[in-house]
Design a protein around this ligand. Structure first.
Ligand code: DON
Length: 304
C-alpha cells in the first residue's frame, strides 16, 4: 500500500475544502492557535513513517490523553477498572452530567469527562507521584523524553473548569471518587494539557495497533485482550455523540480532542494522527474527520 501517495493526495484535497468548524472558546488558551494548521502523520507496525503539513508542530492533545490514562489504569488494576466505569456509548456530549443521576455516579465510559475523572481518581490512588509517573509512562510508550504538560493550558482550563468541578463533586457524592476532588481535578487538567505533534501522537498510539506491544523495544504495555477492548471502546465511544458517524464514515477506532487532534488505529497495520484546530458542532476536528473519511475510502482499508 502506498500510504505516502494517498496521504498527499487526500491532504491537498481536504486542505482546500471550506472549513465550517470553529475554535473552542471555552478554554481561553485553546482559541490562541492558527486555524490554518493542518498536519498528518502515519506510523505503521512495520515501521514505515510518513508525515505532511504541520506534522511537527505541537498542540494540546486534550481528550486523546484519556486513552493513555485508561491504558495505565488498566495495566495497574486489570478488570477491576470496570467496577468504577462502564463500557457503553453515552450518546451525550463529552461534558454532560445527566446520566450520572440515574446511573448512581458510574460514568457510561472512560472517554466522557465523567469517566476520565474517575480514571484520574484511580491513578491518584494508585501512583506514588501521579503527575510525574503518568508522564514517565507516556514518554516510555512513545520512546521519547521530549513530551510535557503545558502549565499554560492546564491553568487556563482550571480557571473555567466549573463543569468538571461539578462532575467530580457529583460523582464523589455517590462515593465513586475516593480522593479529594481538587487533587483529582488537578491531575485531570494536567493530563489533558499534554502537548504532542502528529508524529509523536501516532508513535505513542502505535502499541494499540501492535497487540499492546511497544514496536521499538517489544515491551508489553497491555495484553492483546486488553488492547482489543481499548480499541473497541475507541470505536464505540471515542467521538462522544458522533462515534456512530465516525465508525460509519471512517471505519476505524479513534479518539478526538478539543485541541483539534484525532488519532485513529488500524489494528495490526498503523496509527494515524491528524491535527486541524477548528471543530465541528460535536467538538471533533472538522478537517480531521474529513481527512480520515477520504483516507480510508481511498486506501480501501478499514476494520470492516
Ligand atoms: O475537560 C475538558 O473539557 C477538556 N479538557 C477535554 C475535552 C475534550 O477534549 C473533548 N474532546 N473532543
Amino acid at each position: 500500500m502506498n500510504f505516502k501517495e494517498i496521504i498527499e493526495h487526500v491532504y491537498h484535497k481536504v486542505k482546500n475544502v471550506e472549513d465550517t468548524g470553529k475554535l473552542p472558546t471555552y478554554i481561553p488558551q485553546l482559541a490562541n492557535v492558527d486555524t490554518e494548521n493542518f498536519g498528518v502523520y502515519i506510523s505503521t507496525t512495520d515501521q514505515v513513517n510518513f508525515g505532511i503539513g504541520n506534522c511537527y508542530d505541537k498542540f494540546s492533545i486534550q481528550s486523546i490523553a484519556k486513552v493513555l490514562s485508561l491504558s495505565l489504569a488498566y495495566q495497574l488494576l486489570g478488570e477491576k477498572v470496570w467496577e468504577r466505569v462502564g463500557v457503553e456509548p453515552s450518546g451525550t456530549p463529552f461534558n454532560s452530567l445527566v446520566q450520572l443521576e440515574t446511573d448512581n455516579g458510574i460514568p457510561r465510559n472512560p472517554f466522557i469527562n465523567a469517566g476520565a475523572i474517575v480514571i484520574s481518581d484511580i491513578l491518584v490512588s494508585s501512583l506514588k507521584n501521579p503527575k510525574e509517573d503518568f508522564l514517565t509512562f507516556v514518554r516510555s510508550i512513545c520512546n521519547n523524553s521530549d513530551l510535557n504538560y503545558s502549565s499554560r493550558i492546564a491553568a487556563s482550563e482550571k480557571e473555567i473548569g466549573f463543569r468538571n468541578v461539578a462532575l467530580c463533586n457529583f460523582i464523589k457524592s455517590f462515593g465513586n471518587i475516593k480522593n479529594d476532588p481538587s487533587e483529582v481535578l488537578e491531575f485531570y487538567f494536567d493530563l489533558c494539557s499534554i502537548e504532542m505533534n502528529c508524529k509523536e501522537l501516532s508513535e505513542t498510539f502505535l502499541f494499540l495497533a501492535n497487540n499492546g506491544q511497544n514496536v521499538i523495544d517489544n515491551t508489553t504495555i497491555l495484553s492483546s485482550s486488553q488492547t482489543k477492548r481499548i480499541n473497541a471502546l475507541m470505536l464505540t465511544c471515542g467521538f462522544y455523540d458522533e462515534s456512530g458517524d465516525f465508525a460509519f464514515k471512517v471505519g476505524l477506532p479513534g479518539k478526538s480532542g478539543v485541541g483539534g487532534g484525532i488519532i485513529a488505529i488500524h489494528p495490526n497495520h498503523y496509527a494515524i494522527a491528524v491535527w486541524s484546530p477548528k471543530l465541528n458542532q460535536k467538538g471533533n476536528s472538522y478537517k480531521g474527520m474529513r481527512f480520515l473519511e477520504e483516507f480510508t475510502t481511498k486506501s480501501e482499508l478499514s476494520i470492516f
